[in-house]
Ligand binder design. Sequence first.
Ligand SMILES: Cc1cc2nc3c(=O)[nH]c(=O)nc-3n(C[C@H](O)[C@H](O)[C@H](O)COP(=O)(O)OP(=O)(O)OC[C@H]3O[C@@H](n4cnc5c(N)ncnc54)[C@H](O)[C@@H]3O)c2cc1C
Length: 331
Amino acid sequence: MKRTGILIVGQGLAGTVLGWTLSRAGIDWRMIDAGHATAASRVAAGIINPVTGQRWVKTWRIEEVWPETRNLYLDMERTLGVPLWREMKIRRYWRTDKEQRVLLAKSTRGELAPYVTMIDAQSCVLAPAAQVDVPGMLTAARQRWLAEGRLIEARADWGVNRPQYALVIDCTGAAVRTGPFAAWSFAISKGEVLRVKTRELDSGMIMHRGHWVLPVDNGDAWIGATHEPGVDNLQPTNAARESLLASAHRLTGEVFAPTAHLVGLRLAASDKRPVVGRHPGDPALGIMSGLGSKGVLYAPWLARQWREHLLHGKAFDPAVSITRGDGGGEV
Ligand SMILES: Cc1cc2nc3c(=O)[nH]c(=O)nc-3n(C[C@H](O)[C@H](O)[C@H](O)COP(=O)(O)OP(=O)(O)OC[C@H]3O[C@@H](n4cnc5c(N)ncnc54)[C@H](O)[C@@H]3O)c2cc1C
């Protein structure tokens, strides 16, 4: 049988942004997705934070990637008719004197420009930051693609589905570890978030001190997120719930009652960079994965690389290519 066409396996953030980008370039594709019950994208708060960590590190490649990230989500928002992209600020409180000293030193040297817009006695304001409604995006794109007959709701069987297509791209998130890329070294980190009702938070400001509080629409807010490297289950825990509620109380003074408690698994290569490209031993297989905790920022850039590769044969960026030696390497 002659193989034709492209199959995207998985309609999380990666598969959705990839499908969207290929459609915009006039490249035909089909998609199969097993449902969002275990998708990390279902619990992603969708925050793009320009400066992270206790050492205040500028997010890798943010200046280069931000414009196309913004344009893609705004395009989706306009076309799908749902609000997706919000430009926001992050008010971050430091937890130690050392954190404060590092911030002041780096700001004075101009290393964090233009993102540190204000510093006071306990905190600073980071901008621009953004938030994308990832669950809303998945739902709206799924409805469109089901209606177009592009998306099949089923679990892919690699042995059965693969042979029908000239190229199959693995966008299965944490399930990458059990598919054709299982030989690559990926690590996971369990994350838990809460949804709560809130009274009077500034809707344009994310509050952050170890954990964050993110106001969204209709008086709702998200509190997140825990990080448990190596923990591979989707059970909500009381410890995470109590820790998130305590952080949120400290940040806002409010006492929250959760309306939902969600859990997901982040997947990352050992160098923490995303992974994209064709399988070195089997070019009929591709991947877009390892989005870690910054998938919203990087997915449009990775999808653009697939577009340019398929249209013009362009090589994938060596820093994120599946063929790179460190971090993305086969074990
Ligand atoms: C608590 C938490 C908070 C987060 N917050 C943020 C944040 O604020 N900002 C940010 O940028 N990132 C955040 N992330 C990270 C973000 O969620 C991920 O980077 C991103 O969602 C990963 O998307 P994905 O498409 O690779 O995988 P997933 O979202 O897991 O999607 C994989 C899809 O593939 C499907 N699938 C799997 N196997 C098969 C198969 N055999 N056949 C068919 N379908 C299959 C699944 O059903 C699923 O729909 C957070 C993650 C967690 C856990």
